[in-house]
Design a protein around this ligand. Structure first.
Ligand code: ADP
Ligand code: ZN
Ligand code: ZN
Length: 746
């Protein structure tokens, strides 16, 4: 029998996770050693030291002289340190989504990077405004005074807190000056940037709500289960404004009292001040947040605090799932349907499935919440795999908004070429007259300022990338993928019509139209361009919330979870844009987007109104969303998915092949397809074919889709291909990657 070897990592806190050591799996341990297992080995010369490590790969290929490879001493069975749990999770992710164990470990473990061991220093002004002014006046009055001191003080008067680096480098202030200020008691220098707690600057009033009977029922179910030791996934399906957050808070409270920790996952974009305030006010200092702006070092620090028990609740986007809480007691995933839970980096994991897995490993319940549950989760809830908790009404019996569907084709036929239909204009006029606020939502997907012909539908594309070009203010068309630029055509290159571009012009254009139509109206715009700054996202929301503007125009960013009581009208400008993308999730996305957008209107005392503009007024995703009728939508959608063998009724593996030479990518794709066909197990195979975007930066992209009702069979296909690629030397310059149940076309 041939020997089997295991690659083992010894030091997981190290940046170089790929540093592995090979050991033999002795035959008596065969069947006990898996990827992710913790094992004991002797390390170093001769008998060496006994240390433990983790198995990251199992192979029949020795990577050096087989006679020198030592055997694994034993498998550590009662391993239950938090690292063990996370490594087991990484192993599950590797198996489930592909990629290497190394990539999975890097996703799951907080990696301490060397350069981040250096702590960041900050300089904080300790003087109040008047003191600072007096000292400043004094200082500059002096002859030959230090200009460095002047610079530093005036900078601190602008901004009470400055990073050490900025002061010493950009302002060119010598360290001695900073030390002088420190001695004089003007400033404080802090070593590590103290975690800034949103509680430091809480404003506004907060009311502790008594749960209404509907909320109480849901919480009671959870608590009863919990007290009986039932640990399973729940789907909390509650319409927009039904008070889901309040329910989460109660559940969390119960779990915290059991001395357990809680992870709250929310889409990055909903990580707003408003949301945080609610958690902080309730639980105080034990709450911490994560977001993508944290550096790896800061993330590491956060995770250390979690491990040490300094914090009990971690709120954040999908990466917060890997918070190393030793005693995890609950995972809450708000807006569980959100696309941002799927990682587009290898491993291309879905945080929902991964969270369910982590919860199961930690023997903790998980609560998935949404007003528009994903078809996947609702199907699981119907089958009893998840417990369904329902909240069908808004709090305080506030009515759901009334929705009107406007047919844009009819508008054009009647001679209205404006982005704003006549209905929407009237409703806006009325709302603005009543001093109420309006939100206009434009679907960014399929609407990045693409230029197309309204007569024939021709779209202008990049010659290197097979994507539509976007219009820019300088009058040029550019490609977001490669930067290609060309002049904006006056007539359609295909049919010669002059109605080209126009409508699909993005938020900037809409703002112009609104200002033209309603002179003096105060508008705010929220899109990728206006939210580049660190806090700009929050600033815009605050400004709108403080009624500094009447109309907020925005992309997806404005529909997520915000609570603006002043908004009574929501205009959805082009509801069907997300239907046109070639993706089986189009209808689901459209339904979710309209329902979520509609959910923003009428959250205060005054009932809300929604106007949905569309070219496909009869489409079920639009009609059901207009009635806020999830059940009917689900019925139609699941019938469609069943008929078409789409997830969740079938699983889908996307095998992606990229290469500079098209022929080579094609040949490799063909080789893989033949391989899959040889497995001969009745897989549904589509392709090989050009990917949705057939070319990016002159790299050709091919794709094969394999579908099967059994996920594990797809994993076997992936494993088989990974093995084949290791063994075969053909078409080396074409690369292969995998995406299970992809969320975005390739
Ligand atoms: P959802 O997340 O379900 O859309 P939220 O949790 O944002 O809803 O709640 C909507 C609004 O209702 C919030 O302003 C919240 O403070 C308020 N609210 C929640 N529960 C109650 C309650 N029991 N009584 C009164 N107001 C409540
Ligand atoms: Zn391009
Ligand atoms: Zn045309």
């Amino acid at each position: 029998m041939s020997k089997i070897y295991a690659d083992i990592i010894i030091d997981i806190s190290h940046e170089k996770l790929d540093k592995t050591f090979q050991y033999e799996i002795p035959s008596e341990l065969a069947g006990e050693v898996f990827i992710g297992s913790r094992v004991e080995v002797s390390f170093g010369k001769g008998e060496g030291r006994r240390i433990t490590g983790y198995v990251v790969n199992i192979t029949e290929e020795p990577n050096w002289d087989p006679t020198k490879i030592k055997p694994i001493s034993k498998v550590v069975k009662d391993a239950n340190a938090i690292e063990d749990q996370l490594i087991a999770l990484a192993a599950w992710m590797k198996g489930h989504y592909g990629g290497t164990m190394n990539q999975a470990l890097k996703t799951v473990l907080p990696i301490k990077k060397k350069e981040n061991v250096l702590k960041k220093k900050e300089i904080t002004l300790l003087l109040d405004e008047k003191q600072a002014k007096d000292i400043f006046t004094d200082l500059i009055a002096r002859k030959n005074h230090s200009v460095a001191k002047e610079r530093l003080l005036s900078a601190l008067m602008e901004d009470k807190e400055l990073p050490w680096e900025a002061v010493t480098k950009k302002l060119n202030v010598p360290t001695s000056v900073i030390r002088d200020f420190e001695k004089a008691g003007y400033v404080r220098v802090t070593e590590k940037r103290a975690f800034r707690k949103p509680t430091d600057k809480l404003e506004g009033d907060w009311v502790q709500h008594t749960l209404n009977p509907m909320q109480q029922r849901v919480v009671d179910t959870f608590i009863n289960d919990y007290n009986q030791g039932i640990r399973k996934p729940y789907l909390l399906y509650g319409v927009t404004g039904s008070g889901k957050t309040e329910v989460y808070l109660e559940m969390i409270d119960h779990v915290l009292k059991e001395k357990k920790q809680v992870i709250v996952l929310i889409p990055e974009i909903s990580l707003t001040y408003q949301t945080l305030v609610r958690f902080y006010r309730r639980f105080g200092d034990v709450v911490s947040i994560m977001n993508s702006r944290l550096s790896p070092g800061e993330r590491f620090d956060q995770f250390e605090r979690a491990k040490k028990g300094d914090i009990q609740i971690m709120i954040g986007p999908r990466s917060a799932l890997f918070t190393p809480f030793p005693n995890l007691g609950l995972i809450v995933m708000d807006e569980e349907h959100d696309d941002s839970y799927k990682s587009e980096q290898i491993p291309r994991y879905h945080a929902r499935e991964t969270a369910v897995q982590r919860a199961a490993m930690a023997k903790a319940p998980i609560v998935l919440g949404s007003a528009t549950p994903s078809v996947e989760s609702f199907t699981r809830a119907k089958s009893g795999e998840y417990t369904l908790l329902t909240m069908e009404n808004r709090v305080e019996k506030r009515p759901l908004p009334s929705c009107e569907i406007v047919d844009l084709r009819k508008e054009l036929m009647d001679g209205n070429r404006s982005i704003l239909s006549r209905s929407l204009q009237q409703a806006m006029e009325a709302a603005l007259k009543r001093k109420e606020q309006v939100m206009l939502f434009i679907n960014r997907r399929g609407l990045m300022g693409f230029v197309s012909c309204r007569a024939c539908g021709h779209v202008i594309k990049c010659p290197h990338c097979d994507v539509s070009l976007s219009m820019h203010k300088n009058g040029k068309l550019t490609c977001h993928y490669c930067g290609y630029e060309t002049v904006y055509p006056k007539i359609c290159p295909d049919c010669g019509s002059k109605y080209i571009g126009g409508f699909r012009a993005g938020t900037e254009k809409i703002e112009e139209v609104v200002q033209e139509r309603f002179p003096g109206v105060r508008t705010l715009r929220m899109d990728a361009d206006t939210t580049k700054g660190k806090n700009s996202h929050q600033e815009i929301l605050n400004a709108f919330s403080n009624r500094e503007a009447d109309v907020l125009i925005g992309t997806q960013m404005i529909v997520k979870g915000h609570d603006f009581p002043g908004v009574t009208l929501m205009g959805i400008l082009a509801a069907d844009m997300s239907l046109n993308v070639s993706d089986y999730r189009g209808a689901e996305r459209t339904f979710q987007m309209i329902t979520q957008a509609a959910g923003r209107a009428g959250r205060g005392e005054i009932p809300g109104q929604v106007i949905i503009q569309t070219y496909q007024p009869q489409h079920y995703s639009i009609t059901t969303a207009a009635n806020q009728d999830y059940d009917s939508f689900y019925k139609m959608e699941s019938a469609y998915r069943t008929l078409m063998s789409y997830p969740p009724y079938c699983h889908m593996l996307s095998i992606q092949i990229t290469g500079e030479v098209e022929g080579e990518a094609d040949a490799k794709a063909k080789m893989l397809t033949d391989f899959i066909k040889k497995q001969d197990r009745g897989f549904l195979i589509f392709g090989p074919q050009d990917a949705g975007i057939a070319k990016i930066k002159d790299i050709y992209r091919k794709v094969i889709y394999v579908r099967d009702t059994d996920y594990n069979r797809l994993i076997k296909i992936k494993d088989g291909i990974e093995k084949l690629l290791l063994e075969s030397n053909e078409y080396r310059n074409a690369h292969v990657s995998f995406d299970f149940n992809p969320m975005n076309g390739f």
